[in-house]
Design a protein around this ligand. Structure first.
Ligand code: UT7
Length: 334
């Protein structure tokens, strides 16, 4: 019998309506539209507004979109894995809240925390449940409300992040389509360059941590940039090599959207022509766990059965990785 692969059979997405433009950022901090575009490629990012709204609300939008496009019921879903750095609460897991809000009452679920590589990690985990035959329908979500941990007085960091959610449905495929291979890496010594200082068990929230702005993202941008450029390109090259892929046979690169310069460095290393690279950073900025599924969501009508799709990400942890997918269906027009 042919090996069971986990194939993506539907994609859903959700971005909040509010557009935080570079122009508006200039009223909040000492920056310019020119600097942001030249250094990052970002023009605007979406922000989730509204009291009591969190990551789960965006994820529910993406899940509903996915279910509708596949034409299945919420009750068909067996497992939900949610990759997020901005969970609704410290506990319970956001996946549980999503299942409740979206009516996925037959599913079990949990969260995965791996910063910007979280979606790739969760995709690999989700694929195992399909490959072993344990489940037939698994939803993997990447979502972040980065605005909830952003210091809008920190011009070096806050300009790159935004809010958004994407989700994919995994189902078994025995015709050789689906998730073929993954290279995933972790180096915890990189945590010094990108983290949130307080709110965890090492430094619980206190008046002092709030006053010191320790619940926001702390990033040493240049250091992260150097590691990202090298490692994201390295794993993308590695996955191509071990799957005998070439610049000609790769149809699409789906890169994490943190900085246009990092994306271009990865594409150059793979020797890919620009039209094969999914880029929407100018509209959404860095939505952390949301970037990869949001690219798939936006490009799904251009994807064809049999396309060789390479995903690559790098983020806090450090974590990074690359996944090779042989796309399983002809795209749907949204
Ligand atoms: O997705 C998770 C992983 N994260 C990443 O991959 C992010 C990687 N890092 C980056 O993308 C870039 O480092 C940033 C976009 C965050 C920053 O760009 P940079 O080119 O590395 O800028 P920098 O921090 O080295 O700052 C260069 C100069 C500094 O001025 P001086 O000290 O040379 O006078 C900054 O003060 O640019 C200044 N600067 C700004 N100027 C205008 C920094 N931020 C801004 C700003 N507007 N927003």
């Amino acid at each position: 019998m042919q090996k069971i692969h986990a194939a993506i059979t539907a994609v859903g997405g959700y971005v909040p309506e509010y557009r935080l433009t570079n122009e508006e950022l200039t009223t909040m901090m000492d920056t310019t539209d020119e600097w942001i575009q030249a250094r990052t490629g970002i023009k605007e990012r979406r922000i989730l507004k509204g009291e009591g709204k969190g990551s789960s609300d965006m994820a529910v939008g993406a899940v509903k979109d996915l279910l509708e496009s596949r034409g299945i019921s919420p009750l068909d879903i067996e497992l939900v894995i949610c990759a997020t750095t901005t969970p609704d609460m410290q506990f319970p897991a956001t996946a549980n809240i999503i299942c409740d809000k979206a009516g996925l009452t037959n599913a079990w679920g949990y969260d995965v925390s791996a910063a910007c590589s979280g979606f790739l990690f969760a995709l690999t985990i989700g694929s195992q449940f399909i490959e072993t035959g344990r489940h037939k329908k698994v939803i993997v979500i990447g979502v972040d409300k980065m605005s909830s941990i952003m210091d809008y007085e920190d011009r070096k960091t806050s300009i790159i992040f935004g809010d958004g959610a994407g989700a994919v449905l995994l189902e078994p495929n025995t015709d050789g389509f689906g998730i073929i291979d993954s290279v995933l890496r972790t180096d915890g010594s990189g945590r010094v360059y990108l983290h949130q200082k307080a709110g965890g068990s090492v430094k619980p929230a206190s008046m002092e941590t709030v006053m010191n702005k320790e619940h926001y993202v702390y990033q040493e941008g240049q250091a992260v940039f150097k590691f990202a450029v090298k490692n994201m390109a390295d794993v993308a090259a590695e996955i191509m090599e071990r799957n005998n892929l070439t610049a000609e046979t790769v149809n699409w690169l789906v890169p994490h959207q943190a900085n246009l310069r990092i994306i271009k460095a990865t594409a150059d290393r793979m020797k890919l022509s620009p039209e094969k690279v999914m880029i929407n950073i100018e509209k959404y900025g860095n939505t952390t766990n949301g970037t990869l599924p949001l690219c798939l969501w936006e490009w799904q009508d251009k994807l064809h059965k049999g396309d060789n799709v390479v995903l690559a990400a790098f983020g806090g942890g450090f974590t990074w990785g690359s996944t090779y997918i042989r796309w399983a269906y002809d795209g749907v027009n949204k």
